[in-house]
Every structure is written in C-alpha cells, then in structure tokens.
Design a protein around this ligand. Structure first.
Ligand code: 5AD
Length: 480
C-alpha cells in the first residue's frame, strides 16, 4: 500500500486505481471517463446538484431528499417518478444494495435476476453496477431532478464511478464516518485510500468542468448518540481530505439530537469551523453546504411516534434555516426498508413543518453562546492534536489519533475504534461526555461536562450506566 499522505494523488496513481477498479466487473469496462465528461456537459443545470445547492443557498431554501432502492429498473423508475410528482422531492435518491456496497457484484446480479423472476425486490437497494451505464442513465433520464446516490461504503470504487457515469451528481465519502461506522474490519488507511480515490475522481472531473457534490456523512456516528463536536471534527477532517484531492463542492452532514439549543449551536459551529479550517489550508474556492439528517438511531415501531420524530428534526432545520439539504426519514424505519408511500408521507410532514416555521429563526442567547464556546474548544482540541501528530498532515494525524484514541467515535462498530468514549444526556437532554477516554480535552471541558451530568444524577438518583442504556434506547422506547 502507498504511504499515507494528505497530498493530491498524481495522475498515474489515480488512473492505476481506476483501471483496477473498473476491471472488477464487466459493466465497469463500459466506463470511459472522457465520455462521462461529455455526458455530464449535456445534463441540464436543474438536474445538477451543486447548482441546485447553490440556488437553495441564495434563496434560503432547504432541499428535501428521500431514499429509495429496489432491484428492478422499471420499479425504480416508478418509485422515483412518484417521489418527484407526488412527494415533491427536490433531490431523488438511489440507495445501492449491500452486495454492491461490499463489492459482491455477482450476488447483486443474481439478486436482480431473482427479483425479476419473483416480481418483487430480493435486494435491499438498487444494484447500480449490475445495471451498468445503460440502466443507470435510463433511470436518470426518466426523472427531472438531480440524483444523489447514497454510496455508503468505504470501498466499492466501481460503484462510485458508475454512480457518476450514470448521471448522479452527489455521492458519499467518509474516511472516518464510512470506515468506522459501516464496517468492522476496514482499516482507516484503506478507508482513506477509498475516500481519496473518490475525491480525486470528482476533482479530475471538476478540472474538466463537471460539478459533483461530495457529502461527508458524519451522521453515521449518530446511530446511537453523538455530540456536535464529534460530528464537526469528522466533517472537517473528511472535507480537508476531499479538498486536497481537488473536490470543490462539499457537504457536511449533521444529525440533530433533538435538543434545540445544542443542535442550533452545533449547526452554526459546524458551518463556521469547517469553513475556518478549509480557509486555513487555502481552500477558499471550495463551496460548503450542510445536510441535516433526520434521526439516524433506532426508530419507534409506532408510526405516529416515528412521524413526531420527523417533525422534530424538521423544526430544528427550519429554525436553523441555513442548511441547503435535508435527508427525510419515514414511519417505516422501525420495521425495515421504507416504502415509497412512507417516503412520500415523510416528505409531506417535513415540508409542512418547514413551511409553517419559514421566516422564524432560533434567537441568539447566552445558552446558545455557551454551547458554541464549548463546541469550539472541543473541536479545536481534537483537530489541533491531529495536526500536531501529523506534523501538519491531517490524514496522517487522524490515523495516529484513532490509534491513540485522541479522536474516536462513541459506539463506533469498527475494531479500529478504541471504544473508550461514553456519552450521556444531561438533565435537559443535551448530549455530554460521560467519559472522555483519551480525547485531548482541557480540565475546563471535562469539568463542564461533569457538572452537567451531575445535575441529572441529582435529579434521577440512578446509576450512570442505567441512564446511558436508557438514552440509547429511549427514542424507540418512549411511550411504548
Ligand atoms: N429504500 C429506501 N430506504 C432505504 N434505506 C436504506 N436502503 C433503502 C432502500 N433500499 C434507508 C434506511 C435508513 C437510511 C440510512 O436509508 O431505512 O433510513
């Protein structure tokens, strides 16, 4: 494996990795990047996601993005058409199936065949690679919105390349988030090499006039609980990794924990601090957007409870007012793969709340300022430590940080995550550090978190661990 470095890949390395990836499956050989450039130049502006994000920013709007993925192309066309026409989705999704995301392309192709035979989807998503350029473009050309493919994987380079070849103008990247939260045994080095390839591909296309947005899905960490500072650090590191490879349109994700003060402070600081670090490393020309994700943790089975949850995150997004994009969830989430119908309901619920709160902004307050101050201190402690350990190279730094635990995900599924950090809600529901593990925090930060947690302990008089278990389960368990 090449030596890990934040530096831009040279053409030889990029082309070598690309060629290797595209020979993994027959449809990969159909891809010719010069032809892909020409195809993207023929796509109308209103179907290009970076263009639509810029428009949303100018108009103060938040674009709504549902999710969808079935095996069969015709069924997929029907779903996306209905999400566009009935759900009024601003961005249309493609969720690839797990086989494709984990590079088991033969199994995905077999699943597609079986699905057609049986008349219903035997895969948990759209097998992008099995459908190849022809199928992906047919899908893209059958709709009239930008398409975003949720390439939630720290591998499968052919999937990411095919996604773009098929017309999509957004995909996911994440050395930290995808590596640490999607897989048990993909090393940070391997995950970084994947993220760099994807960003270099997008950078290469940008140099030829093609605009593609890369979203850093920091919210994979929010499948249980997360703090704003852990989110923000992930987004900063991954944004820098992408920017070094020449990607110019970046989004960072944020998942509200449903504590208005902390969420609003987190969203504001995410924008400010990510911008600050991009500028510090000279990436003034990188455009930055935010994508708010509705609850990523365990969902209640009860549909009304689930819909309440969608409304909560929508309210946070509306009162923040600066996010260009939002991932919409559904009331099916507590059972399994969401249907088209529940995605349409989710879109309607979300739009209703956002429309009703339009024009209202969460006011500045001492509480928001205090949260913001601690978020800034926590983020800076983690990032500066990485930069110090990497001697200015944030990628080298983050890999060392993960090894030593000066950065980690709370409750990450990867074996490369130290697993020492524990989070707990305080008496008001804000998420605090119960155990900072090896995070490089000052006494001031530790004391602040301890004080907040002790207020709850006084109120509830319960064991910390029991409170922690409740916090992880409560959103699903409330009332039921
Ligand atoms: N169709 C619809 N939604 C999907 N998700 C994952 N795969 C699909 C699919 N094929 C949703 C999950 C979760 C989010 C990460 O994506 O239900 O909400």
């Amino acid at each position: 494996m090449e030596k890990v470095s934040i530096k831009k890949w040279d053409e030889d390395r990029f082309k070598h990795v690309l060629d290797e990836a595209l020979t993994q499956y027959p449809t990969g050989r159909e891809i010719d990047l010069d032809e892909v450039v020409a195809y993207h130049h023929s796509i109308p502006v209103h179907k290009n996601l970076p263009e639509m994000l810029a428009k949303a920013r100018r108009e103060g709007k938040t674009l709504l993005n549902p999710r969808a993925g079935v095996a069969d192309l015709n069924e997929m066309i029907d779903i996306l058409s209905d999400l566009q026409e009935i759900g009024k989705a601003d961005i249309l999704p493609i969720n690839p199936d797990s086989f494709t995301r984990t590079e088991q392309f033969e199994k995905a192709a077999k699943g597609l065949e079986e699905s057609i035979e049986k008349g219903h989807s035997m895969l948990n998503g759209f097998p992008v690679v099995a459908h190849g350029i022809k199928g992906c473009r047919k899908l893209f050309e059958s709709v009239d919105r930008p398409v975003a493919t949720r390439t939630a994987t720290p591998r499968s380079k052919i999937l990411c390349t095919m996604t773009i070849a098929g017309g999509a103008t957004e995909l996911l990247v994440g050395t930290l988030s995808l590596g640490l939260c999607m897989e048990y045994d993909v090393s940070p080095e391997a995950s970084a090499a994947h993220a760099q390839f994807v960003a270099r591909l997008v950078g290469w296309l940008h140099e030829r006039g093609v605009k593609i947005n890369l979203e850093t899905v920091t919210t994979a960490s929010a499948a249980t609980l997360t703090t704003p500072s852990l989110h923000i650090v992930t987004g900063i590191v991954d944004s820098l990794i992408s920017a070094y490879q020449g990607a110019k349109y970046l989004s960072v994700a944020f998942a509200p924990m449903h504590h208005f003060i902390q969420d609003i402070a987190g969203l504001r600081m995410q924008r400010l601090l990510t911008r600050r670090y991009l500028d510090r490393f000279g990436f003034h020309d990188v455009s930055l957007a935010q994508n708010i994700h509705q609850w990523n943790g365990a969902f209640p089975e009860n549909k009304q409870q689930a819909n309440g949850l969608l409304a909560m995150a929508s309210a946070v997004a509306a009162l923040y007012g600066e996010a260009e994009q939002m991932m919409v969830k559904t009331a099916d989430e507590g059972y399994g793969i969401p249907t088209k119908e529940s995605n349409i309901e989710g879109l309607i619920i979300t739009r209703q709340v956002m429309n009703m709160l339009r024009g209202q902004r969460f006011p500045d307050s001492d509480e928001v300022n205090e949260e913001s101050k601690f978020i800034e201190m926590e983020v800076e402690s983690m990032i500066e430590k990485m930069l110090e350990m990497g001697e200015g190279d944030i990628l080298v730094g983050v890999i060392k940080a993960l090894r030593l635990g000066t950065y980690e995900y709370a409750y990450g599924v990867s074996k490369y995550c130290l697993g020492k950090v524990k989070l707990l809600r305080d008496a008001t529901g804000a998420v605090r550090y119960l155990d900072i593990g090896n995070l490089p925090f000052s006494n001031k930060i530790v004391t602040y978190n301890k004080e907040k947690i002790s207020e709850r302990k006084k109120l509830e008089q319960r064991d910390e661990l029991l409170m922690l278990i409740d916090d992880i389960r409560e959103v699903r368990a409330f009332l039921s």
